[in-house]
Design a protein around this ligand. Structure first.
Ligand code: ATP
Length: 450
């Protein structure tokens, strides 16, 4: 399913933003009130696609593997969690302010800064003498909220800045309830919040977003930890490839020493080649015993693990894979978008497609055709597949509309269907049409979803 590059327009991101709005994938957050910077709302098709993406991750990372369990922790946590994890102290970005317009930027995002300077230069707006930017200031990006009913007695909590800690604080609960054998994994998918200084590039960097993470607890021994680390790198890369992303647009990048968290023993990113250059989709991190030791220290609880095989007690190390749901979704859309001579087509993997097929009656105003098509539609909806119905306009327009939202198959009920029970099945990618028995449609679609 790799995409030929030449069919990508130069303003690809704008095209995706516009398609997402027009076709009900993603809208600006609270749009009727003028929006809220750094927030996005998923519409009917976007929420289907996001659900499919998360389901695919969960099946691949949790259900298909042994010794991996799920957790679904609260977003609001005891503030001590963030002291222990180091976020209240160290979850900071260096911030600089433009002296002309007072807009703030991350000091390490050189491209943004350059773009901003060029914008002012084009408008012939000159910075004051002594430079255009303030000195960098550290800015904590945890989002605060107040909890409680009595004004003045409310407790300040943070909306979680990463989903990781919700897993680590439940390490003991899971060990005591599930008795997993080390190495074992704890997975979570959920929302995280960050006061990003410059939310940008659509859902790539927003202030509210979803993460999908697997924390693997391993014995504190460098050889076996690094074995799990490389296994995780491969597993994560394979997930994107299995879902049809162009392999030439993905790469690993090792973090430079000064980029790493001080406790990270190894850190690699998986990057995608976006229209604005190579950028991170997820990180694979060797976190050592940082999380469990710190939570043990701050909570006063024993978070060690007793290995009944070796009869040893130790604090496990953690190998983490941490990816963004919204970023992955955006990268799959960018990758799948094609402009062909007479159509725009999203060649997304059938697993991710909002609808697996669309059913049409050839002619809307022939009651016998409409009734038969409705029956085919209803029968398919009884399966686990999400199916669309369309009887507007002519067949050509319906194909155009389904191609643009990535529906892999279109099924047309015509006069021959009334006679022999076959329908026309049209393939999104090849545009080939063939006749197939209505009885065989569900099986064929399920086959494509494997
Ligand atoms: P960046 O350097 O881009 O800010 P990060 O290295 O801080 O990202 P992590 O803290 O490792 O990111 O978070 C893990 C994953 O969560 C990222 O790889 C990304 O996919 C996702 N993510 C992080 N911040 C955002 C955001 N503001 N918007 C959308 N997704 C995000």
């Amino acid at each position: 399913m790799s995409q030929p590059k030449e069919q990508k327009p130069s303003n690809l991101l704008d095209k995706i933003v516009s398609l997402c709005k027009r076709r009900g994938f993603i809208f600006p957050g609270s749009e009727i009130y003028g929006g809220l910077r750094g927030t996005w709302d998923y519409g009917p098709l976007g929420s289907e696609m996001k659900f499919n993406l998360k389901q695919s991750w969960w099946k691949y990372m949790v259900q298909d593997r042994e010794n991996v369990f799920g957790v679904n922790a609260a977003i609001m946590m005891n503030p001590k969690v963030w002291e222990a994890s180091g976020h209240t102290q160290a979850f900071t970005d260096p911030l600089i302010e433009c002296k002309i317009c007072h807009e703030r930027f991350r000091a390490d995002k050189h491209e943004d800064i350059k773009e901003h300077e060029e914008m002012h230069a084009k408008k012939k707006e000159n910075p004051p003498t002594g430079g255009g930017w303030t000195e960098p200031k550290q800015f904590n990006i945890l989002v605060e909220a107040k909890l409680g009913v009595v004004e003045g007695e409310k407790t300040m909590v943070y909306l979680r800045g990463e989903i990781t800690q919700g897993v680590h604080v439940n390490f003991k609960n899971v060990v005591d309830s599930m008795h997993p054998k080390i190495p074992f994994g704890l997975a979570q998918i959920g929302k995280a919040f960050r006061n990003e200084i410059t939310p940008r590039n659509f859902v790539f960097r927003s202030r509210e977003f979803e993460q999908m993470e697997l924390q693997t607890y391993v014995k504190p021994d460098e050889v076996s930890a690094m074995e799990v680390f490389s296994e995780m790198k491969n597993i994560r890369m394979q997930w994107y490839l299995n879902l049809g992303i162009d392999k030439n647009k993905l790469r690993f990048r090792e973090h430079a020493f000064d980029e790493r968290a001080h406790y990270a023993r190894a850190a690699w990113d998986i990057e995608y080649e976006t229209p604005w250059g190579w950028d991170e989709t997820e990180g694979i991190h060797h976190r050592g015993d940082w999380d469990l030791s710190r939570h043990s220290q701050f909570s006063g609880q024993d978070l060690s693990y007793f290995d009944s095989e070796s009869k040893e007690r130790f604090v496990p190390w953690v190998i983490e894979t941490s990816g963004g749901v919204d970023r992955a979704l955006l990268f799959f859309l960018l990758d799948a978008y094609q402009e062909e001579k007479d159509r725009i087509v999203l060649k997304i993997h059938p697993k991710l497609a909002p609808y697996k097929a669309a059913v049409f009656p050839l002619l809307k105003n022939k009651p016998e055709l409409a009734a038969k098509a409705r029956q085919v539609f209803k029968d398919l909806k009884m399966t686990s597949l999400n199916i669309a119905w369309d009887d507007r306009g002519n067949i050509g327009k319906r194909y155009y509309s389904q191609d643009e939202i990535g529906t892999p198959f279109c099924i047309t009920v015509d006069f021959q269907t009334l006679e022999d029970g076959t329908v026309t099945l049209r393939d999104r990618d090849t545009m080939e049409q063939k006749r197939i028995d209505t009885k065989d449609i569900a099986k064929l679609l399920e086959e494509k979803l494997k």
